[in-house]
Design a protein. Structure first.
Lengths: 390, 295
């Protein structure tokens, strides 16, 4: 099969084109290299260090989530990895290819769907996809055929001849992702692919991601939504202030903040502080109160103690109206990690990523003494937010 | 993957993986042409944006021919009815001015593209370096054919004639396109450096617009005072206007013994400018564009 074969994209639907069919290019990707390998990446904008000696290793296959608050450096990192920005220091390799020196070879294997649809608004959906197909070296017929295929797969058939500027946000995003798949990339970057989408469109994007991964593509996705990372990602890096502050599987990340959270609501608000005292004693951890005058929350390391704590509450004559034992959500992980890295003077702030796969020495909550916080309002919400345990 | 379907609004279809891995790059000419066609689709979709290439040139020909026509005397043509001489004199100048303005259109298309994010997509594709700007250049050259044709027709209707031979006339049209090509690169450098449509408008009006008046565009340089005359005599807009007049056999200020080299050899002088402008502006524009988008 030659690369210019116009039937290449449509032929033999039952047999996905094997990768080995392709002629190796001048700069062949070294076999066995990880999908992404970044070492000491730095990118400055004036005095602002957007990415600060960032290290990242993304294995091939699956979804890798990059999680972080606004301004954490997610987009800048992704742009450097996708050859759209040049690092000020450090180096990054995609499939073993250097993003600066082998930029063209990287571009041939990588697609990026940015935060804002990078489509030509005046062109129709079909014209956008055909244009990209032609630029990627497909013949006219092959480019048209691929466009038809993608438009059908992404449910845009009724909008194929409509100008993109008349598309809804969800349609635009789907077309933008489709544009990244005209030639199926080995690595796909999705920068906040569902930001601003309604839940239905969001689910559609998630399905697309899952289908891609099933096809062998490595997806690196940035998101601010923890449930998105939880739903999709096999591994997650949490980024804040341009650095990776934690890395691991979602389960490892959750385990890193302790066993879970115990939420108790007392019947009588007057008994709340008595409940705090009893729980603190029997659990041996800090207990916090929430905005709800009956709510008490404790982070627990050892679920076995919960039973004893409840018995102690009963013995103290405190009536419990509602009880909930939650595994920590990624929200809690995220807030715990980013909250800590946001207070640089705080003792115990890690200068290296937390080793989540190691022993329990890095439980971040243990380092967080509530009294260290000068702003009390900053304190209450992260741990005791109303939450739906995942 | 073949059994994987994607849930969507419309009838879902299975998504086949396309060919993966390295593809065959087609080179600068192919990529630029593909992108040029995109520019042409834009023009087709937004015909009102073509007004600078259609209505404006026609309007200028008619306005200048009838408003200034009687007032400006072309030296060397005393005795012939002033208005008739001026209409033929005007054509070379007004075509030159319109060609200079092509820089503005090129700058705007580049600035607009940077405002929306389409550029990111092109940047992340493994396409030939310079293909995006090359595409704009080709699209804008094709767009330039429109005012050239319309002005020729309008000129004919008000009495302008090609009074030279076929070879000279073809050379004149070739010179127009070559000059437009140079101005397009000026525009793209402007668009790549400035980046915003508002900035482009401001800068273009402050620089390009006066440049077209400090020339023999509408008034023979012989009637200009000292310094202004010197500037005008070396201004390539003057020599382009004079070249077109000469090549079409239209009225032009006769060359005097003391005139500078540029006035004595307008075609050669204009060609030198074209080569220099392209040689300087094209690499700078591509560099500025790439740098700006690798931010």
């Amino acid at each position: 099969m030659t690369l210019t074969d116009p039937t290449a994209t449509t032929a033999a639907p039952a047999h996905p084109t094997p990768r080995t069919d392709h002629q190796p290019s001048a700069t062949a990707a070294p076999a066995g290299a990880p999908a992404i390998e970044a070492r000491g990446l730095v990118r400055r904008f004036g005095d602002n260090v957007a990415v600060d000696h960032l290290d990242l290793t993304v294995p091939r296959g699956g979804v890798y989530g990059v999680l972080g608050p606004n301004g954490a450096g997610k987009t800048t990192t992704i742009r450097m990895l996708a050859t759209l920005a040049i690092p000020d220091a450090g180096e990054a390799r995609l499939l073993g290819l250097d993003v600066v020196r082998d930029a063209d070879a990287v571009r041939a294997r990588v697609s990026l769907t940015g935060q804002f649809a990078s489509l030509d608004e005046d062109l129709t959906g079909d014209e956008n996809l055909v244009l990209i197909g032609l630029l990627l070296g497909l013949g006219r017929r092959a480019a048209r055929a691929r466009s038809v295929e993608l438009i059908a797969a992404f449910g845009l058939a009724e909008a194929t001849d409509r100008q993109v500027k008349h598309y809804s946000g969800g349609m635009r995003r789907r077309l933008d992702i489709a544009a990244s798949l005209v030639v199926t990339p080995d690595v796909l970057f999705l920068d906040e692919p569902t930001t601003g989408l309604d839940p239905r469109s969001r689910n559609q994007v998630w399905d697309i991601v899952r289908a891609l991964v099933a096809g062998g593509t490595t997806v690196l996705l940035t998101t601010q939504y923890l449930d998105e990372a939880d739903q999709l990602a096999d591994r997650i890096a949490v980024i804040d202030h341009g650095r990776v502050i934690a890395e691991g599987t979602p389960a490892e990340l959750k385990a890193s903040v302790g066993g879970g959270t115990l939420h108790v609501r007392v019947v009588d608000p007057d008994q709340r502080f008595a409940a705090v005292r009893v729980l603190a004693e029997s659990l041996g951890v800090d207990v916090e109160v929430g905005a709800d005058p009956t709510a008490v929350t404790a982070r627990i390391d050892d679920a076995e103690r919960v039973g004893h704590a409840l018995i102690a509450l009963g013995a103290a004559g405190i009536a419990v109206g509602d009880l909930e034992l939650g595994r920590p959500s990624l929200d809690e992980v995220f807030l715990a990690l980013t909250d800590r890295s946001a207070t640089p003077t705080e003792p115990g702030r890690p200068t290296h990523p937390v080793d989540l796969t190691g022993s329990a020495t890095t439980d971040p909550i243990d380092h967080t003494d509530p009294t260290d916080h000068t702003d009390p309002t900053d304190r209450t919400d992260p741990m005791i937010r109303e939450e739906a345990p995942k | 993957m073949t059994s994987t379907t994607i849930e969507t609004d419309a009838e879902p279809a299975p998504l086949e993986p396309a060919r993966t891995g390295p593809h065959a790059p087609r080179g600068l000419v192919h990529d630029a042409w593909v992108l040029a066609r995109r520019g042409l689709i834009h023009m087709k979709r937004e015909p009102e944006q073509l007004s600078d290439a259609t209505i404006q040139p026609i309007m200028f020909v008619v306005l200048f021919a009838y408003v200034f026509g009687g007032a400006i005397q072309v030296p060397g043509y005393e005795g012939v009815p002033t208005a008739r001489v001026y209409r033929e004199f005007l054509m070379g100048g007004i075509i030159a001015q319109t060609l200079v303005f092509t820089a503005f259109g090129a700058a705007m298309s580049l600035a607009n593209d940077q405002k929306n994010q389409a550029i990111d997509r092109f940047r992340s594709l493994p396409i030939a370096r310079g293909a995006v700007l090359g595409g704009y250049a080709v699209a804008n050259i094709l767009k330039t054919m429109l005012p050239i044709a319309l002005m020729s027709i309008t000129g004919y209707l008000i009495g302008w004639r090609i009074r030279s031979g076929l070879a000279d006339a073809l050379l004149a049209y070739g010179l127009m396109i070559a000059f437009a090509f140079a101005m397009i690169w000026v525009g793209m450098l402007l668009g790549a450096v400035v980046g915003s449509p508002e900035g482009v408008t401001g800068l273009a009006f402050a620089t390009i617009f006066p440049l077209t008046f400090l020339a023999s565009t509408f008034v023979p340089t012989a009637q200009m005072p000292g310094v202004v005359r010197t500037i005008a005599e070396w201004n390539p807009v003057t020599t382009l206007s004079d070249s077109l007049r000469e090549l079409f056999g239209n009225p032009n200020t006769p060359v005097q013994p003391g005139d500078p080299w540029s006035i004595a050899h307008p075609v050669a002088y204009t060609c030198i400018w074209i080569v220099v402008i392209v040689a300087v502006c094209a690499p700078l524009a591509i560099r500025a564009y790439n740098r700006k988008n690798v931010a």
